[in-house]
Design a protein around this ligand. Structure first.
Ligand SMILES: Cc1cc2nc3c(=O)[nH]c(=O)nc-3n(C[C@H](O)[C@H](O)[C@H](O)COP(=O)(O)OP(=O)(O)OC[C@H]3O[C@@H](n4cnc5c(N)ncnc54)[C@H](O)[C@@H]3O)c2cc1C
Ligand code: SF4
Length: 604
């Protein structure tokens, strides 16, 4: 066998698997279809290097790794760079992967570090009742381990909910100086407080835990800010790349903890796209396209394979392996896909300024239970490079003629992957008597609040392969699921409480559809192969076995595809908890340390 283990994908599940395998001194290969992405900006005063360590850009160059750079300008030039970063069949190195299905589009990442590269850093635990409903057996101990892994492998989590860092303060309950809150955090808190008695439901507000470095002089040289010489500058563009490098993305962790140390036993091959897994005697053969080398087909073998290619990637890989005869899989493979109840909406023309370009993408949350359905409402930044488009688009949506014209243009842009030409909508003649003329990007969206909501659907999607393409079928049109009606209604109430006009995101899209940023399921945990594709330890059920709980030896699913239903919160902490549980079980208890010599009794 070439390696002790092959890990497919380098996002959350893949990084957990690699870190745990490395801790047991295993020889590990990570196959990752994407390239590296790093900030093109240099820190004004980089921290000193520890002896024997290298800076990531130098290591990447020395090891001839494919590297791309985040867009920089917060204007239309940056926007063009973002469009150029979309992954398509013709542009395999793109970072943002949009997958269009009936009634829904998913957004996922293709890069070293997986979803951590484009995510908004939120680290949050689901309600135990929600976990019980979907049959996911993860409890307090597993979530504590996941938080610990986040801290150890990445860095301490922080609440970044104020305009400036407030070292040593509990930012969950500012009172007299609550003007220091980021405006949208305060406006969401106040709207929740006003709405709760009106709706007769509890709407607790809280700052989110973010995987972001915050300025922290109390911990002095031991603080992450001091160690890295950076902290969150509230630039409001986390998912488009953090120029001050203040986000705890997994590419940095993989580099710092595993890859730069030749003794770690971990290798990562970027631009290596797994295509199929075949069962062999004693293990597995992974077939992959090596795009470092013209896309030629290569194989590697290992007794253990950890599938961490994400919800879509892992499901597709397993379905393809089955279609090609490499693996016999349970009929449940591909089933129980959940949109995590993802729903977006806007309040336009809010009474208070919400300053949507400032601060991390998400800063705080309100949790609600509406007629038994758990919902989480988060604020969401509008990055400055999208500000004029968002402003223009949202302000024309109340005119039918303009709305149709706007949708036609957006649809064209969607089909051609081109920047929509919105010049007709943009302000043009300069007028220095008009206070609204020549506004900054920030001012365009000062009074537009963006809601990011997660709820509980019934995981009603089923993936199948159509030739080589992944398709998604819904039991019922997903848009009609009651969780979205509840999210829609709740956001409408919030918009009213903020004194704004309500526009759901699906009315701003070219066609009415869900935008899913937290796809879950497809290879889900279940008690046997009739009700799931894997067991609670991520082991893939083997239909060839005599018993419905028989599993393949050495084949594990450790990513979002394992999660058997909606979590009603952002999912990475749960994915991390599942992956740690699965890999921990696969590796068994750590070997006992050599017994210390028993002290010899001296008698007397
Ligand atoms: C805009 C946005 C914001 C988000 N914000 C948050 C947030 O704040 N908090 C949160 O908890 N979640 C957030 N999410 C969701 C989160 O990013 C995902 O749930 C998470 O990354 C999934 O982890 P994973 O391990 O399942 O897979 P991923 O992190 O998606 O990793 C899968 C990896 O596998 C690679 N891959 C795929 N197929 C192959 C193949 N065939 N061969 C080799 N490699 C392959 C991919 O390139 C990728 O690197 C957000 C998502 C988006 C899109
Ligand atoms: S808000 Fe800006 S500085 Fe802070 S983590 Fe996000 S991109 Fe980085």
């Amino acid at each position: 066998m070439d390696f002790d283990a092959v890990v497919i994908g380098s996002g959350f599940g893949g990084s957990v698997a690699a870190s745990q395998l490395a801790a047991r001194k295993k020889k590990v290969l990570i196959l990752e279809r994407g390239t590296w992405w790093i900030t093109p900006e240099k820190l004004g005063k980089p921290p000193p290097l520890a002896p024997g360590k290298q800076r990531m850009p130098d290591w990447l160059a020395a090891n001839k790794q494919p590297v791309q750079y985040w867009p920089r300008p917060d204007n239309k030039d940056g926007l063009l760079d973002v469009f150029a970063s979309v992954r398509t069949g013709l542009h395999r190195d793109g970072l943002y992967k949009f997958s269009n299905f009936d009634d829904a589009t998913t957004l996922t990442a293709s890069a070293v570090g997986g979803g951590s590269m484009i995510y908004s850093n939120v680290t949050i635990q689901p309600d135990p009742g929600v976990l019980a409903q979907i049959g996911l057996n993860l409890g307090a101990a597993e979530f504590a381990a996941a938080r610990q892994w986040m801290t150890d492998f990445r860095g301490p989590l922080n609440k970044v909910v104020t305009k400036i860092p407030l070292p040593g303060r509990d930012v969950s309950a500012l009172t007299d100086d609550d003007y220091l809150y980021l405006d949208r955090a305060r406006v969401l808190r106040d709207a929740a407080a006003a709405l709760a008695p009106k709706l007769g439901v509890a709407l607790p507000w809280a700052p989110l835990d973010l995987a972001v470095i915050e300025y922290d002089p109390d911990r002095g040289a031991a603080s992450d800010a001091a160690k890295n010489h950076t902290f969150c500058e509230r630039q409001g563009r986390c998912l488009l790349g953090c120029l001050p490098a203040a986000r705890l993305t997994l590419n940095k962790s993989l580099f710092a903890h595993l890859l730069q140390d030749p003794a770690s036993g971990v290798a990562l091959w970027p631009r290596a796209e797994a295509r199929q897994i075949r069962k062999t005697g004693g293990g597995y053969q992974v077939v992959f396209h090596d795009h470092r080398d013209g896309g030629g087909e290569q194989t590697v073998t290992a007794p253990q394979v950890f599938l961490a290619a994400g919800t879509l990637g892992t499901t597709e890989l397993l379905l393809r392996s089955q279609a090609a005869g490499g693996l016999d899989l349970p009929d449940t493979t591909g089933q129980h896909f959940s949109a995590n109840g993802d729903f977006g909406a806007f309040a336009v023309n809010t009474a208070q300024r919400v300053s949507s370009t400032r601060g991390p993408i998400n800063t705080c949350e309100v949790s609600a239970v509406i007629d038994g359905t758990h919902l989480t409402v988060e604020d969401c930044a509008i990055p400055a490079m999208f500000a004029s488009i968002a402003y223009t688009g949202l302000n024309v949506l109340d005119s039918l003629v303009k709305r149709r014209f706007f949708h036609a243009r957006l649809r064209l842009a969607w089909l051609t992957h081109a920047l929509p030409d919105l010049r007709d909508f943009l302000p043009h003649l300069p007028d220095t008597y008009d206070p609204n003329d020549a506004r900054t990007e920030a001012e365009y969206v000062n009074n537009i609040f963006f809601f990011n909501v997660m709820g509980q659907d019934d995981a009603p999607g089923t993936f199948r392969l159509d030739g080589d393409d992944l398709r998604l079928d819904w039991q019922q049109p997903i848009i009609n699921h009651p969780t979205f009606a509840k999210a829609d209604q709740l956001c409408r109430h919030f918009a009213e409480a903020m004194g704004g006009d309500y526009v759901p995101l699906w009315d701003a899209l070219p066609t009415r559809r869900l935008m899913i940023t937290h796809p879950l399921g497809g290879c889900t945990v279940g008690p046997d192969r009739i009700r799931g594709a894997i067991d609670e330890y991520g082991r893939v059920y083997d239909p060839g076995g005599g018993h419905p709980t028989d599993t393949y030896a050495g084949l594990f699913v450790v990513d979002g595809s394992a999660i058997p239903g909606a979590l009603a919160v952002n999912p990475t902490l749960t994915i991390t908890a599942h992956a740690l549980k699965a890999v921990g079980h696969a590796l068994g208890p750590p070997a006992a340390a050599p017994a210390a010599a028993t002290p010899t009794s001296t008698g007397g």
